[in-house]
Design a protein around this ligand. Structure first.
Ligand code: HEC
Ligand code: HEC
Ligand code: HEC
Ligand code: HEC
Length: 228
């Protein structure tokens, strides 16, 4: 009787040993892996991620020939705006007067390109997600004021003088709000000549270019809010 107990105890222990050993052997064969978290806990800062919004086109921009006969200059760029940073007016006819724009406008303004009927390159919108275009962009009805006023445009930041030393990266002389998407304005055939970047392929713009938090104008120096 005693022997039977010892033998069955031994059998049970041996079976348990085989099960445990087998389990640990099988798990040892599995490939090692690092569990990937599907959700990031890092809050993305919109003004910083915007820099990469058009990165996929950076190399195309770098290899694109410049069409000098259809270049824009900063002068014509500013002429189409009531003041620095104001939404430009729509300088071309709009077929359907009653739409807000959206997809129709994005056909030309999402990625730009030459529009033969306007004999110009369509400027790329820095904000394709704001689809009610005509909430902010209105058609031009006249080139003159319908009533005189003493409104003066604020002085625009100057370009070409924003670097500390010759050859060092210029500071960004403008705010970042609504200007997160650098390549939309600074690259491609519709970018004004003076601000077309020579290195669109260095996509992490803000690695080297820092915002200037002082604005120098004719009427004084203003300090910007850090969150701009
Ligand atoms: C067929 C292509 C095409 C369509 C569609 C189109 N645009 Fe344009 N848009 C252009 C071109 C080309 C220019 C540049 C004109 C120039 O420089 O003379 C332009 C210029 C502009 C500008 C001035 C940008 C600047 O930097 O000064 C605004 C604003 C604009 N369009 C808004 C719109 C809106 C809003 C719609 C939709 C209702 C629209 N466009 C539809 C081709 C188009
Ligand atoms: C909430 C207002 C608002 C809406 C909606 C809006 N825009 Fe703009 N847009 C602006 C402002 C403000 C600027 C000038 C930005 C600056 O100079 O910093 C601008 C600039 C532009 C420019 C010129 C970029 C450049 O080179 O300076 C284009 C092109 C443009 N918008 C197209 C569009 C199109 C197309 C739509 C619709 C899909 C649209 N916008 C919707 C406010 C708006
Ligand atoms: C809505 C169009 C627009 C966007 C978006 C934009 N810029 Fe600009 N940038 C301009 C204009 C226009 C100027 C000329 C000064 C002015 O009018 O503010 C300029 C000037 C500059 C200059 C000075 C160049 C010189 O030669 O002195 C730098 C540097 C610059 N921008 C960097 C950036 C960076 C980096 C980003 C992205 C975070 C950016 N810009 C986004 C329109 C834009
Ligand atoms: C690795 C650093 C670096 C990165 C990243 C970088 N830049 Fe620059 N940037 C410079 C330097 C240095 C200069 C001055 C070049 C000179 O004086 O020859 C410059 C000059 C400029 C100018 C003045 C015009 C010109 O081309 O000389 C503009 C506008 C500009 N950068 C915009 C941008 C934009 C937009 C991006 C992102 C697509 C960007 N930069 C990424 C270093 C950088």
């Amino acid at each position: 009787m005693k022997r039977l107990v010892v033998i069955s105890l031994f059998t049970i222990l041996f079976a348990a040993f085989i099960v445990v050993w087998n389990y640990s052997y099988q798990t040892g064969l599995e490939e090692a892996y690092v569990p990937i978290e599907t959700q990031s806990h890092v809050d993305l800062i919109p003004s910083e991620t915007g820099v990469f919004q058009r990165s996929e086109f950076a190399l195309d921009y770098a290899n694109m020939a410049v069409d000098e006969s259809h270049e824009r200059t900063l002068k014509t760029y500013y002429n189409n705006r009531a003041y620095h940073g104001a939404p430009p007016s729509i300088p071309h006819p709009v077929k359907d007067k009653r739409t807000m724009g959206g997809n129709v406008c994005l056909q030309c303004h999402q990625n730009g390109g030459f529009a033969a009927k306007f004999n110009a390159y369509a400027p790329v919108t820095p904000h394709p997600e704001k689809i009610n275009c005509k909430q902010c962009h209105v058609e031009q009805n006249t080139q003159s004021l319908f009533r005189g006023s003493n409104f003066e445009k604020i002085t625009v930041p100057k370009v070409g003088i924003n670097n500390a030393l010759p050859g060092s990266p210029p500071v960004i002389p403008h705010q970042i709000q609504l200007r997160e998407n650098c390549l939309a304005c600074h690259a491609g055939p519709s970018a004004p000549r003076e601000i077309r970047v020579s290195h669109p392929e260095r996509i992490n713009c803000r690695q080297c270019h820092v915002p200037n938090n002082k604005v120098v104008t004719d009427i004084g120096i203003f300090k910007r809010n850090d969150n701009d």
